[in-house]
Design a protein around this ligand. Sequence first.
Ligand SMILES: [Zn+2]
Ligand SMILES: [Zn+2]
Length: 206
Amino acid sequence: MTSDFMEGTGMTMQLRCSCGAVKGEMDTRRAYTRATCYCKDCRAYARFLGKPGVLDASGGTDVVATSPARVRFTEGFENIACMSLSPKGLLRWYASCCRTPLGNTSRDAKMPYVGLVTACFDAAPEAVSQAFGPAGRVVINTKSATAPVNATPLGFITGGLGILGGMIGARLRGDRDTPFFDASGRPLREPEVISREQRAALEQEQ
Ligand SMILES: [Zn+2]
Ligand SMILES: [Zn+2]
């Protein structure tokens, strides 16, 4: 794995599913942005998992976007599972032991993007805010929120530029490591693609 990890420097965020079987860590340096996504897909995913506490009061998911090269799993690898809401949709990774969401990636192994769901961060909310800024500063897809959300255009732009700039930087640095794909670019798990009907049902759930 990447030798670039800042071990013991306080620049790592511990990852842990709620039952503790899956553990990992993230190098917090150069994280792209922290954002809350209110899109229907992220919400359908949270409902698929059925894990309480993932969605905020307006149906949003708190995510920290970064390069997959900055993430590694250290325990419970066999419990890592993958689903997708459609045949071409994002790969949504989770801990199957307790259905804790882990993160979302592209289907393209070369895309230097993972949106880690902060529900898998093993840290107090203040520590997460200290590392990545407060929740709710960048909000996206607010039109599909289940309750009104204060959209901040500047936050949206900053967040978008953070992701774009971060991904370009990761490409330039040649970040190729990813814990989600093998060397040939195949996802480490065959994604479970749910049916259209199941997806529609999840989107309609209150
Ligand atoms: Zn677990
Ligand atoms: Zn979303």
